[in-house]
Ligand binder design. Structure first.
Ligand code: AMP
Ligand code: MG
Length: 526
């Protein structure tokens, strides 16, 4: 394992140097072999479960690793905490993966730190395995996400409502910089650290911003045009560019969540990664029956983080990030606001476009349909968009009133294109009074010359046949807790790793929850 530690090179205001706690009896429960390969972990390590258990419990640091707990702040359910930080996690270093991307290696549940407040710094086996299953499923579904490399049982109990076996989960993410990291320094008024964090984040996640700026500068120099885009403006424009890049990543992320029916459950600003990856799987869940107001988290009584409220919340979180960046954009508040504000106000429109583009793929409409190239002169792109949007909205409305399962309905829709039985099942699910929706959909495909084969292909790529259904996740976690055996998890993961293909084993995990998950509740697991 080849560790480096660029985050440590930032000032020590960014973290606490602290070792993970040692644990009495580490034993490896899960090891993510394909992720290990991506991280170029040597076979002499990856084939040695005892050594892996030592490393990924925190008992022994691998060569080159250095352990820190990161500082960050955050808005939790709308209320600001100036200091949260890694209260039960240790970043042990970074590894460059086979694609050349720098990845953080973080232990979670590895003991208390300066940021633990009243917490014990530990994690129970259930939430650790849950994070492993959910993140692996999301990765296979094609959603940007942190992943899990290992789960190690610690051999000691952690105390929640009752004693539970403890575990350490190793999380791999392209960084752990959050909106809350920016808020931490902004709230302290520590502008030097804020600037340092911004520079680091740009060079780690959005190096293209500086490349473009550099090219512009050389262009300007070569034409010796000192009047137009003054070089002095570049650093400030760079911050606006940065915010725009972050916002675009968040839009893409939430669109992908909504494609597969994912509800994060706790989209606090400290759980919003700047990289645009899904992090912190605490109370997350998959939507069963379609309803925009679906909430499963026991602590989200107001539905702040409900399925269809996720875009609004990300916009709100981006506004909080924007506030932090204002002083770096311009010393003059008003000028700074003028430059930043359009990015926030355009969010809804940009999100809507991206969302409907995604939805159109779920019903087999290829992208050129939106601009309707053939009829560009007769119809404006906007009109066509509205027609497509109406087809999508009508389908979702029907799904809501008929209380249909989100995943199953789109899978049925896909099959219905060349399977009479599925077509009949679809019509009966939508209900007699809504059967004209299918006619409108088919007519649209035909009139836009989208052949059924290519529509089906597109739909197959966008509509999973299997997701980590809540009742299966819970049943498997219970079994793991009771038996300590991981066979069922591995079997489940085997299916979840091919979410767009029906394997012989898939059927066992496709059944719907008896109550449509009406009474399902998730907990933070802290
Ligand atoms: P989360 O809800 O997991 O995003 O955590 C919110 C904050 O609480 C973060 O600062 C965590 O590090 C901290 N935290 C959560 N669980 C624990 C725990 N068991 N011990 C210490 N700190 C925790
Ligand atoms: Mg968190």
């Amino acid at each position: 394992m080849k560790f480096s530690n660029t985050y440590i090179q930032l000032s020590d205001a960014f973290y606490q140097r602290i070792l993970p706690s040692t644990v009495p009896e580490p034993s490896l429960l899960l090891w993510n072999e394909s992720l290990g390969d991506r991280l170029k972990i040597d076979q002499s390590i990856s084939q040695d479960p005892l050594l892996l258990a030592q490393y990924f419990s925190g008992n022994k640091l691998p060569e080159g690793a250095e352990s820190i707990a990161l500082a960050y702040a955050g808005h939790q359910f709308g209320g600001f905490s100036p200091q949260l930080g890694d209260g039960r996690a240790h970043l042990i270093g970074e590894i460059i993966d086979i694609e050349g991307i720098r990845q953080d290696i973080q232990l979670k549940g590895s003991g208390p730190t300066r940021f633990s407040r009243r917490g014990d710094g530990k994690c129970a086996i259930g939430p650790a395995i849950r994070e492993y299953i959910m993140s692996e499923a999301m990765h296979a579904l094609g959603v940007p996400t942190s992943r899990c490399l290992a789960v190690v049982a610690t051999g000691e109990d952690v105390y929640r409502e009752r004693a539970l076996p403890g575990a350490v989960v190793t999380r791999v993410a392209s960084s752990h910089i959050r909106v809350g990291t920016f808020q931490y320094f902004a709230a302290k008024g520590d502008m030097a650290s804020l600037q340092m964090l911004t520079d680091y984040t740009i060079s780690r996640h959005f190096p293209e911003i500086d490349l473009i700026a550099k090219n512009k500068t050389t262009e300007n120099k070569s034409t010796e045009d000192k009047t137009s885009t003054s070089i002095d403006n570049e650093p400030k424009h760079r911050i606006v560019d940065f915010l725009e890049h972050v916002i675009n990543k968040q839009i893409e992320l939430i669109v992908q969540w909504m494609r597969v029916g994912f509800i994060h459950g706790v989209m606090n600003t400290d759980n919003t990664a700047i990289s645009g990856e899904t992090i912190d799987f605490g109370p997350c869940a998959m939507m069963g029956t379609y309803h925009p107001g679906t909430v499963y988290s026991s602590i989200d009584s107001q539905g702040r983080y409900a399925f269809a409220n996720q875009p609004n919340i990300v916009q709100w979180n981006m506004a909080r990030l924007a506030e932090c960046l204002l002083p770096l954009v311009d010393e003059n508040d008003e000028k700074a606001l003028k430059k930043i504000e359009p990015l926030i106000s355009q969010f809804s429109k940009n999100f809507e476009q991206a969302y409907f583009k995604m939805c159109s793929k779920k019903i087999g409409f290829t992208l050129d349909v939106h601009t309707d190239a053939d009829n560009a002169e007769e119809k404006t792109a906007n009109e066509v968009n509205n027609e497509v949007k109406d087809i999508i909205k009508n389908l979702l409305n029907i799904m809501q009133t008929q209380e249909l399962d989100y995943t199953e309905t789109f899978a049925l829709l896909t099959q219905s294109l060349d399977d009479e039985t599925a077509a009949e099942a679809l019509k009966s699910a939508l209900g007699d009074k809504n059967s004209n929706w299918v006619d409108t959909w088919i007519t649209y495909l035909q009139s836009h010359k989208i052949d059924f084969n290519s529509a089906k292909k597109l739909m197959e790529q966008n509509n999973p046949v299997v997701i980590p259904r809540n009742h299966h996740v819970e049943a498997i976690l219970k079994e793991c807790e009771n038996t300590g055996k991981m066979d069922k998890v591995e079997e489940f993961l085997h299916v979840l790793r091919s979410p767009y293909t029906t394997l012989p084993e898939t059927k066992a995990f496709q059944d719907l929850p008896e109550d449509g998950d009406r009474y399902y509740r998730t907990f933070c697991g802290t």
